[in-house]
Design a protein around this ligand. Structure first.
Ligand code: DAH
Length: 356
């Protein structure tokens, strides 16, 4: 009956421990999981209080002194490897947690992804263009960064007109000839320069004015300009087109009225009011008791403007009008603060998406 010598015993110890460690190293290298729970379970099995590593350390206490160094190094290597592997797996699991679980479980109800919708300003702008589209108007576009000629000079603005002041207009790099358009009437200049009558266009777009932001003003807003030029176009044609627009936009019972006004590019010029659709013309807080709401400016195109753009003012005449899209949307829906259009609060925006 032989018994192990001390040396034999020590060697046996050594090989079993090395095997155990290598076996664990292989397990750590092969382990892969994407769910946080699985990774945690593995961590507890290897690195936990009652885990494999602590069992090895317990065993390590009884290792003969001459083998401590080699085995100690191997155990440390295992510990570092396991810790790093587990940390890496945890990091990638938390980077994409929901996708894997969603795909893992095909029976899970789909997440409710609500669709975006059009902004009320876009909806109303499209509606304006569509109404005039039915009268034969096409849509024209133009640049937002403009020059003095297209925004002011061609449109008969006298050189000292306040709209050219630094307070009203954003100029680019101190060059007064390059500016952000203050109205979409600049598109009308471009259309007349490049084409001959008959011209029938609406020009929607963003405009810029150096104004303090308040409930009724903003440095950026939207306009739609309209222009109709042909032989024998009269003020009666203008009134009829605007009445048609008012009825389509604000309801069949809407009425319009025109008040004399002044714009450099039209003569005569007028302000257009629509009967208040909130009180039916009786007078309320929105129309300030008058029964009327101002919706746009208009007039017969000044012959100076026609000539500046190369159109024979003896042969042709025309009318133009221009309105603020935010204002039309405010009046149509009773929105009291212009800033709401720019805050992008979906609770506000979704109401219009459903309404139209
Ligand atoms: N461009 C004007 C503005 O920004 C609006 C306007 C008024 C346009 C009368 C017109 C018009 O075409 O005829 O205040």
């Amino acid at each position: 009956m032989g018994s192990f010598s001390r040396r034999e015993h020590a060697n046996k110890f050594h090989t079993t421990m090395i095997q155990k460690i290598e076996n664990l190293i292989a397990q750590v290298n092969q382990f892969s999981a994407t769910s946080a729970a699985e990774i945690e379970e593995f961590r507890i099995r290897i690195l936990g209080k009652k885990g494999e590593l602590n069992a090895l350390l317990e065993e390590f206490k009884t290792v003969p002194a001459e083998q401590k160094r080699e085995l100690g190094q191997k155990i440390n290597a295992l510990k570092t490897l396991a810790t790093e592997r587990i940390n890496n797996l945890k990091a990638s699991a938390s980077a994409a947690p929901s996708r894997t679980t969603a795909i893992d479980d095909m029976t899970r109800p789909a997440t409710d992804e609500s669709l975006g919708g059009r902004h009320p300003v876009s909806l109303v702008k499209n509606q304006i263009c569509e109404i005039f589209g039915r009268l034969g108007y096409t849509i024209a576009d133009g640049p937002e960064i403009e020059d003095d000629w297209h925004v002011f000079s061609a449109l008969n603005f006298p050189p000292e007109h306040p709209a050219r002041d630094m307070q009203d207009t954003f100029f680019i790099e101190k060059n007064p000839d390059i500016l952000l358009r203050t109205h979409t009437s600049s598109i009308q200049t471009r259309i007349m320069e490049h084409g001959q009558p008959p011209i029938r266009v609406v020009c929607p777009g963003r405009v810029f004015r150096n104004e303090a932001i308040s409930y009724r003003a903003h440095c950026i807003f939207h306009q739609v300009e309209g222009l109709y030029i042909d032989e024998n176009v009269s003020f009666a044609d203008l009134k009829q087109a605007l009445l048609y627009f008012a009825k389509e936009m604000f309801g069949e019972s809407s009425k319009i009225r025109l008040r004399p006004s002044y714009f450099p590019f039209t003569e005569p010029s007028g302000e257009v009011d629509v009967s208040c659709n909130l009180c039916g013309g009786k007078g309320c807080a929105v129309c300030k008791g008058t029964g009327w709401l101002e919706i746009m400016g208009c007039g017969m195109v000044d012959p100076n403007v026609l000539e500046a753009c190369g159109i024979d003012s003896k042969k042709y005449s025309g009318f133009a009008f221009g309105m603020g899209v935010e204002r039309i949307a405010m009046l149509k829906y009773g929105v009291k603060d212009l800033r709401l259009y720019f805050e992008n609060d979906v609770r506000f925006l979704h109401q219009f998406d459903k309404a139209l």
